[in-house]
Design a protein around this ligand. Structure first.
Ligand code: SF4
Ligand code: SF4
Length: 152
């Protein structure tokens, strides 16, 4: 079975569901990964899946999608692109640096704390030359610090 078919099976979607995509690229216009100048286009990824074409493990979305769901919130059909990306990562047996950071935070505190994610992402941002986009990210990033839950 082609990897793309297997990836679709891992989601709640069927191949024909992606035919509703309007090609409006609103998803690309709000995509967090594009703040790193990576020119990702979720719509192209959905089109490839719809046409039965492969989406490579080194596709920027497969590598760097943060799972923020900004694309889903902006999409007229609320297509859950991160769900599709997660399925693609599963079939390619790969993880993004952000995913590793999110999982690390959840493993320690049971939830995502942005300062920890930032700390884990900084080496990747420095290595890729993306640190210059940090201020832009900070504009919409909520910062929550670890705290003890009060018992009543
Ligand atoms: S969930 Fe992924 S594809 Fe969607 S906006 Fe965020 S980074 Fe981009
Ligand atoms: S926003 Fe939704 S409908 Fe528009 S191109 Fe992206 S996935 Fe397709």
């Amino acid at each position: 079975m082609p990897k793309t078919d297997h990836a679709i099976e891992l989601t709640d979607y069927e191949r024909q569901d992606f035919s509703v995509c309007l090609g409006c690229k609103i998803c690309a216009s709000v995509c967090t990964v594009n703040d790193l100048d990576l020119s990702t286009n979720p719509q192209e990824m959905l089109q490839k899946l719809f046409l039965g074409k492969d989406v490579a493990a080194d596709d920027p979305l497969v590598r760097f999608c943060t799972g923020c769901y900004r694309c889903t919130g902006a999409c007229p059909w609320e297509i859950r692109i991160p769900d599709v990306v997660r399925a693609l990562r599963q079939v390619h047996a790969t993880e993004s640096p952000f995913e590793k950071a999110f999982k690390g935070s959840v493993a320690i505190w049971g939830r995502v704390y942005e300062p920890y994610v930032l700390m884990r992402a900084v080496p990747f941002l420095l290595k890729g030359g993306y640190i210059k986009h940090m201020m832009r990210w900070m504009e919409y990033m909520g910062i929550h610090l670890p705290h003890k839950v009060k018992r009543t």
